[in-house]
Design a protein around this ligand. Sequence first.
Ligand SMILES: [Zn+2]
Ligand SMILES: [Zn+2]
Length: 490
Amino acid sequence: MSEGRLPLAADGLQLNFCKTLACNNFGLSDANLYILQHSNPKRPAMVCRECGAFPPLLNNEEVLNELNRLDRYHHDGLPSCKDPQCEHVGLSVHTHKELYHAFGFSGDRQRYRCKACQGTFVDKWSGSNKKLHFQESLLGLLFTGYSVREICRKLEVNPKTFYDHIDQIASRCRRRLADIDARWINHADAYHLTSNYRVLQPHSHNGVFWFATCDAESGYVLCQHTNYSIKDTPIDMPDHDAYRPGCQFVPKSYSAENNSEVNIPTKDLKSRIDVKYQNILARSNVEDPLGNFSQFTYPATGALIRAPYTSYAHYLHILRSLNDDKRVTIFMPQDPVLRSAALSVCLPRIQSGNIDLMYVEQDEHWREGESSEMIDVVLMGWWRDRWAITHQESGASKGVCYLAGSNPNVSHWLKTASTKSIDFYQDRFQLLFEGFINEPRRKLRPAGIHPLLDIFRAWHNLCYQDKSGLTAAQRLGVTEAPMTLKCLLS
Ligand SMILES: [Zn+2]
Ligand SMILES: [Zn+2]
């Protein structure tokens, strides 16, 4: 009965349209422009009549539900109106100062009053931290690579207490970051972002992906999300059906569908890009990297969300937190799970010409600032994406594929675009917490890693100093000095 129409728009959001920028149907959500079918789940549900592209359908309502889940998580523990009937519910004091009055103190903690419902609440992290000394020792041990068991023994606590402290510290870190994020968002002239995603636990095959976006130059991380929810239960829907509620969940019965992932050759950039396109086309849903898994085990509890839903929600979360009239640039590695999401949610910005969106791929030994030879332009992949590739004397290559925007000056982008800072962040987390992430009992229980991600983001942004003694927040110009762990916790 839904043949012939697109999944319904939700709250004005309609993400189903042709995503080929050069196509006349780009950005248009009129069902007549597409061939729609969903009687055969093995065939594309939507094909563009103009260019033949087959962007996977999405349930708009479930993208918004995923966005709500990410927002709740991002603001978890921040002071906000708690009344579910109130229009300000969940909007934090840090990002929405104008909605609240400061309203005296409770002990040494700040109290606020909601301007809409007059309800009051306390900022539970505003007073002094009575567990400061203990938590500082705990973090110190954690960052030096001690296992949870060793930390519990040294500090004479049980694992439950350990995890309670980790949760509290994470909450404090989110609060600390919310202030500084807001400072950046308000003061920046433009936003130069770089995004990436990867599996969260490299040895687990549990389908949990970790999306992160940072300021491209300073490396200050704006936000990160995973497609795993401990609070949800997946419904059993073997094939994704964008017309049904709950379709964002990977069903428990999902089994790995791929036995032939082509290994990515390391030598030549162009053949690496080419093989990546083959791997992408081998997915049953080109936007879902889970389709490349040859081994998969569902997490023991909770629900796995189909990666595109998290990716779309990740970019919606970012775009809604940024200032609308400042220009946005997003660099990302070659993958439609990022491209389609960023491109679709940025449609209004593409139409008004204040965005630059591009793929960037480069060899590891590419040297920033060193000159390069002439630029080759090649059309690559099924989509015939237009890549500009250049080489340095050492043989190192770099490629840029300008996806959308009003400034397709590739020689400029070949000099400036990079995903290095987000790769550095994600590499470093996985290296520093290797033991924690890959602990056998955590393989199928990824929830314990979530608070650690927040703590690491705070440490990376505010405490960790580069060779010249500056933190990411200092390089961004939003703080004046590095923060110590102690200061982060107090
Ligand atoms: Zn098209
Ligand atoms: Zn209220």
